[in-house]
Design a protein around this ligand. Structure first.
Ligand SMILES: Nc1ncnc2c1ncn2[C@@H]1O[C@H](COP(=O)(O)OP(=O)(O)OP(=O)(O)O)[C@@H](O)[C@H]1O
Length: 264
């Protein structure tokens, strides 16, 4: 980074504690990292290590107990349309159709005419392959389809930073691979920053410039792995497997040990 340039995103010695059953539980400890403009970073770690809490702090949905989060040089104190969170539970309105759910995210943007809003929404609905379902309500969609609507709604806003909490978890392998590629294309076009929480090591290596591996109790950064491979990446290439192994090894479940299930 050039001298004097502020990082796009910066976490400076962030701690977070919650009170549970009358006791203060430290969930995140001394989280410090920076992101440059246009980077994709994945966060990997065991269940409960504080990944979603970390996303909430970055998105301004919660405040650190100590330390600060800076977005584009300013301390984050509340959510902003420049940094959009893609929630695990999709966050769709049941009384709105697919089309209207995607348009909803664009309504606060007064620079868009109603026609431009409709067109932008439809472009992203097409991108996630739901053109034929645009007039359906969420209750008429599968889990994977709902997830695609949520992805379309977030991307249509064209935010500078997208925070994703396991965005592809409910999708079958082919839809997941397809949407991962679409996401990378858009990310490259718009130079959008992405922070992605995932349990899927393959996904982290495929999408990320860096992978942050977390330890638990309290959640803290154990290791940061820089993925030095050009995109789009080849999942079958030896270099890809090398990075998978580096990450596997850091979780200490390399082959011959009890290997938990993971997605490939
Ligand atoms: N609002 C809250 N109040 C109290 N405790 C909380 C709150 N939010 C999270 N926690 C606790 O913080 C810890 C980390 O939770 P978090 O959801 O961030 O983990 P995670 O790594 O995202 O887990 P998973 O992979 O299972 O989604 C858990 O012990 C959880 O119970």
């Amino acid at each position: 980074m050039a001298a004097g340039t502020k990082p796009f995103l910066q976490l400076d010695r962030v701690d977070k504690s919650f009170e549970n059953d009358g006791k203060l539980e430290k969930v995140l400890q001394d989280i410090t990292f920076e992101m440059e403009k246009g980077e994709v970073v994945s966060i990997l770690g065991k269940s409960g290590c504080g990944k979603s809490t970390l996303l909430n702090l970055i998105g301004g949905f919660d405040k650190p107990s100590s330390g600060d989060v800076y977005f584009d040089g300013s301390i984050v104190t509340s959510p902003s349309r420049r940094a959009i969170m893609l929630f695990q539970d999709y966050g769709l309105f049941p009384w709105r159709t697919v089309k209207k759910n995607v348009e909803l995210g664009l309504e606060p943007d007064k620079s868009l005419t109603p026609e431009a809003r409709k067109k932008r929404a439809l472009d992203y609905i097409k991108m996630v392959g739901l053109e034929e379902s645009q007039n359906r309500f969420p209750s008429q969609l599968s889990g994977g389809m709902k997830q695609r609507v949520a992805i379309a709604r977030a991307l249509a806003i064209k935010p500078e930073l997208i925070l994703m909490d396991e965005p592809f978890a409910a999708l079958d392998t082919f839809n997941r691979y397809y949407l991962q590629d679409e996401l990378l294309k858009l990310q490259d076009q718009e130079k959008t920053n992405i922070v992605l929480v995932t349990h899927d090591i393959d996904e982290a290596v495929y999408l990320s410039d860096r992978v942050i591996i977390m330890d638990s109790n309290p959640g803290r950064i154990k290791k940061v792995v820089k993925i030095n491979l050009s995109k789009p990446r080849d999942r079958s290439h030896g270099d890809f497997h090398y990075y998978r192994k580096v990450i596997f090894d850091s979780f200490r479940f390399a082959k011959n040990e009890n290997q938990p299930e993971y997605n490939i």
